[in-house]
Design a protein around this ligand. Structure first.
Ligand code: AP5
Length: 211
């Protein structure tokens, strides 16, 4: 089954996607990761996206939609997770057209539900590997050696947009533009909410229970 995984910044979309990739051999399509890879490679797309991402604002739909369309065109038969897309109702509408054109279907839109009060701590404490992208947390999931990725040995860093003022803007963008997707997917009969607090493994069990 192809799924959309959505939720507020810090809800655990990336963490749960990594488990689904490992255990269910699904393909992970994260618009945030694609943008960060473009920024690293200093492409034109990366330069355009960075202006918005650094401020915690959403990248304009016109840029995101074209980028996702290119990814969906090249997909084989492997089941996929859309993480971070769609993030606005116009993106969700554009996705419907793209799926149809490529003979693809979404089975479920799974919403990771985490109280707003938990999100700031998750995001300010998050650290990511600059090499393989593995995600850590200074309190709940620290690296074994300070600043060094357990998996590949690269440096572990703080994401540029994981600063308190930028996080606030991201949370506002989520409330205004992404939260309305709950009703959008519910109207299609595809919406399921998944409790996103507690142990990562418990969240995973709840998540796959809805698939
Ligand atoms: P993106 O990279 O998608 O960021 P996001 O949606 O803000 O989500 P995050 O990656 O911050 O959080 P997550 O839910 O993956 O949480 P994680 O698993 O890491 O987007 C970045 C930017 O790109 C956007 O702001 C925007 O500018 C742009 N963008 C991307 N897509 C776009 C689109 N479609 N349209 C327009 N613009 C777009 O977990 C967070 C932390 O919590 C980690 O430290 C983790 O260890 C910890 N954690 C995870 N699970 C648990 C748990 N169960 N209990 C305790 N801690 C936990």
């Amino acid at each position: 089954m192809n799924i959309i995984l959505f939720g507020a910044p810090g809800a655990g979309k990336g963490t749960q996607s990594a488990l689904l990739v490992e255990r269910r051999t699904m393909k992970h399509i994260s618009t945030g990761d694609i943008f960060r890879s473009h920024i690293k490679q200093q492409t034109e797309l990366g330069r355009s996206a960075k202006v918005y991402m650094d401020q915690g604002k959403l990248v304009p739909d016109s840029i995101v939609v074209g980028m996702v369309e290119d990814v969906l065109k090249g997909l084989g038969s492997q089941n996929f997770i859309l993480d971070g897309f769609p993030r606005t109702v116009p993106q969700a509408e554009a996705l419907e057209g793209m799926l149809k054109k490529n003979g693809l279907e979404i089975g479920k839109a799974l919403f990771l539900e985490v109280p707003m009060d938990d999100l700031m701590g998750r995001l300010t404490g998050r650290r990511v590997c600059s090499g393989c992208g593995a995600t850590y947390h200074i309190a709940s999931k620290p690296t074994q050696r300070a600043g060094v990725c357990d998996l590949c040995g690269s440096e572990v860093i703080q994401r540029a947009d994981d600063k308190e003022d930028v996080i606030r803007t991201r949370l506002e963008a989520y409330e205004t533009s992404t939260a309305p997707l709950k009703a959008y997917f519910a109207a299609q009969g595809k919406f399921s909410a998944v409790g996103g607090t507690g142990q990562t493994e418990d969240v995973y069990r709840r998540l796959v229970g809805q698939m």
